[in-house]
Design a protein around this ligand. Structure first.
Ligand SMILES: Nc1ncnc2c1ncn2[C@@H]1O[C@H](COP(=O)(O)OP(=O)(O)OP(=O)(O)O)[C@@H](O)[C@H]1O
Ligand SMILES: [Mg+2]
Length: 262
């Protein structure tokens, strides 16, 4: 699979390989301290992580342990207070807001618990938005947004507004929006948190397809049966990594014989 290019001014780069596996996400002693008036909240306290290309990782941990903070840093939505973050071998913790936005748009697709769709605009336009930011011409925008909506099986709902869609359909629009820039990494912060179990299963099946197609998936969840879809579970507690284990699915995938070559 082609390694996505990150267009950015020449910052430090490092060869992102550990053995023969490509490291796409690497954090070194990552800290995030929020200033609340005179009080400081240390949401992340020295997180060291490596996530490989095409891994499927779940992040679990108690409420307030720092999961969303970590996802926001990995997703280039925010910058760390201290420490380093390397994305596909590029040191991004040093980038300014504009550069962060550019990398985010190219590399990362974000899916949130509350969908974060624009309420008064169609599914199609919601999915087109990231393409507007990245400067794609209108005809191409529409074509790619349609294709992304078809990918999540919503080709017949493109003119519906969010309030004219079911919860699962809204989340699928959000996933189409996350996919439209063809990112290599999908970050999903409790994507099934607002969905019933049947709809959750649909969303998990969709993430599975994305993993099969080569995407790297990082998913935050409180639910063990959702985490079991992933291949590896990272436990966060008090802003630190408290555990890192392979799931049964992860064992099965690791022991899968290699695909026969054509
Ligand atoms: N913008 C902010 N300003 C100040 N403090 C914050 C901010 N965002 C998060 N925090 C604090 O940082 C800590 C970690 O929050 P975070 O949202 O990362 O937790 P979480 O693990 O995602 O929790 P949950 O499971 O409830 O979503 C919490 O103590 C929270 O109150
Ligand atoms: Mg959270």
């Amino acid at each position: 699979m082609a390694t996505p290019t990150i267009h950015q001014p020449s910052t430090t780069t490092a060869t992102p390989y550990a053995g023969d596996r490509e490291v796409v996400i690497r954090t070194e002693n990552l800290w995030k301290i929020y200033q609340m008036g005179s009080e400081q909240v240390a949401a992340l306290r020295g997180v060291n992580l490596q996530i490989y290309r095409n891994e499927y990782v779940a992040i679990m941990g108690p409420s307030g342990s720092g999961k969303s903070t970590l996802m926001n840093l990995i997703g280039c939505l925010d910058s760390p207070t201290r420490g380093e973050y390397w994305l596909s071998g590029h040191l991004v913790s040093a980038l300014d807001d504009d550069e962060l936005a550019r990398i985010r748009n190219q590399e990362i697709g974000f899916v949130f618990q509350t969908f974060n769709l624009l309420p008064r605009t169609s599914a199609l336009h919601n999915v087109e938005l990231p393409l507007i930011y990245s400067g794609a011409p209108p005809a191409e925008r529409t074509e790619r947004a349609m294709a992304a909506l078809q990918q999540v099986d919503l080709g017949s709902r493109v003119h519906h507004k969010p309030n004219e869609l079911s919860g699962g359909q809204r989340q699928r629009v959000a996933i189409a929006r996350a996919l439209v820039n063809r990112p290599s990494i999908i970050l999903a912060d409790e994507p099934t948190g607002n969905l019933d179990s049947t709809t959750s299963n649909e969303i998990m099946a969709l993430l599975e397809v994305l993993w099969e197609r080569g995407n790297t998936i990082v998913l935050v969840t409180h639910e063990h049966d959702i985490a079991e879809h992933a291949h590896r579970v990272i436990h966060i507690r008090d802003g630190q990594v408290a555990g890192d284990t392979r799931t049964r699915r992860g064992d099965a995938v690791a022991n899968r014989p290699p695909a026969p070559s054509a």
